[in-house]
Design a protein around this ligand. Structure first.
Ligand code: GLN
Length: 425
């Protein structure tokens, strides 16, 4: 066996910090082949991972086939030139809209990268679920939700509406008002620059050490054009729902807005965002460091609200069609979380009317068409879609034996169902 090829076919790459020593030892080998004791010494630091790989038990056991299919999907998606990038500020308007990056990271750390996956982009609203996590970890859900609701707003992300339940809270943390409130809750006893540092460093726990870059020009432009967000802030202040109530000291709201603008102006790559997403998919534990980035209950709350509100006012149709936990940002990022399986990020600047990346949504749609990932796909028991959690050979064997068994029993109904679901009889 070609060990390097096996690693590659399983998405275990040189970029994986866990594998540094393994690759160093492989590079130092003077021969092309090695015996079993040498093999054991090479894999020593990551033996359980390599063992799982060789047993075909990684999160995506059929990584090579899946990659080939995703490359095909990516090529199709790249041809899609619909939509228009955000133009409300120069640093977004000046981005080359043709760029497209994709990264997929599994809960085992398998990595697939395509296109511009290493290009920095503006995180924008894709920061919202993470800020929400950081606030939950700091204060707990009870305190956070005294100030933020848990309902879809059914309105554009920047709509000037608050909940009509008498509390005046923003609907949820995934839209602007809620994200401004989230910012108002994070590390309030610290000066503003420390609060931003805290957010960036906490990101490091989710990405295995990569700290998002801060684009000061972007933040300045966000602030310059941020009056709608200020209006949202003042609405919340006058509703008395800010942490310090109606008589919130003036700088409380000002700082919350500045922190919100700053965090929207962080920059990450598709790989970093997919890695952070994979940490959430992995219940809050970062696969690279094996350390907990966020609390388990926090992840649960966050994924639920992303599911309901992550794709702005297209969240409902996104759920019915695709039903993947997702969040988008006007910088062109869409990231997806498949619990216990993977995080995916597609970044491409052109947006649809609602503000979601056209190629991001296109990719998610094709992904859900090809694979059994829709949350409720499992209910259609014999769906023709491939379950990526299963090796393709096993999946095909199951389909074949099901067909043979149904035929041998004269079970025409099952065969008809299989036909309906486009099984290849
Ligand atoms: N900075 C943007 C704003 O506040 C972020 C919005 C977004 O990505 N949807 O309007």
């Amino acid at each position: 066996v070609d060990f390097l090829k096996v690693l590659e076919d399983n998405g275990l790459t040189r970029k994986d910090r866990r594998l540094e020593i393994l690759f160093r030892k492989l590079d130092q080998l003077s021969t092309e082949s090695f015996d079993f004791p040498t093999f054991l010494s090479i894999i020593q630091t990551v033996a359980p991972l390599i063992e799982r790989m060789l047993r075909g038990a990684l999160a995506l056991p059929d990584f090579a086939n899946l990659s080939a299919e995703l490359i095909r999907i990516y090529r199709d998606v790249e041809l899609n030139e619909e939509g228009q990038q955000a133009t409300y500020i120069p640093p977004l308007a000046e981005v080359n809209p043709d760029q497209c990056g994709l990264a997929l990271v599994t809960t085992d750390g398998q990595l697939l990268e395509l296109g511009d996956s290493e290009v920095d982009f503006s995180i924008q609203s894709a920061c919202k679920p993470f800020n929400y996590c950081f606030a939950l970890d700091e204060l707990g859900a009870e305190k956070v939700h005294r100030h933020i609701g848990m309902e879809p707003s059914g309105q554009p992300f920047n709509a000037r509406v608050l909940m009509s339940d008498g509390t005046g809270r923003p609907h949820n943390p995934m839209i602007n008002a809620g994200a401004i409130m989230t910012a108002a809750l994070i590390q309030t006893d610290q000066p503003l620059h420390r609060r931003l540092e805290h957010v960036r460093n906490t990101w490091g726990k989710l990405t295995g050490g990569s700290i998002p870059r801060f684009n000061a020009w972007m933040a300045q432009e966000e602030s310059r054009t941020g009056d709608n967000n200020r209006a949202l802030g003042y609405m919340m202040k006058s509703a008395g729902v800010m942490p310090h109530g109606e008589d919130a000291v003036d700088h409380e709201l000002r700082d919350a807005l500045e922190l919100y603008f700053s965090v929207c102006s962080l920059e990450v790559t598709a790989r970093e965002l997919a890695t952070a997403a994979a940490t959430l998919a992995n219940n809050g534990i970062c696969r690279v460091t094996q350390e907990r980035g966020v609390d388990e209950r926090t992840v649960r709350n966050c994924l639920t609200l992303m599911q309901m509100c992550g794709m702005y006012d297209a969240s409902g149709q996104f759920s019915v069609r695709i039903c993947l936990t997702a969040k988008s940002g006007v910088g062109g990022a869409v990231f997806l979380i498949v619990p216990r399986l993977m995080g995916v990020c597609v970044w491409s600047p052109r947006l649809d009317r609602i503000g979601n990346s056209v190629r991001g949504v296109d990719f998610a749609t094709r992904l859900a068409d090809a694979y059994r990932l829709h949350l409720y796909d499992g209910l259609a028991s014999r769906s023709a879609r491939i379950d990526p959690r299963m090796p393709a050979a096993r999946w095909r064997a199951e389909q074949t034996s099901l067909a043979l068994r149904a035929a041998s029993l004269g079970d025409v109904r099952t065969l008809r169902c299989m036909l309906d679901e486009q099984a290849n009889l």
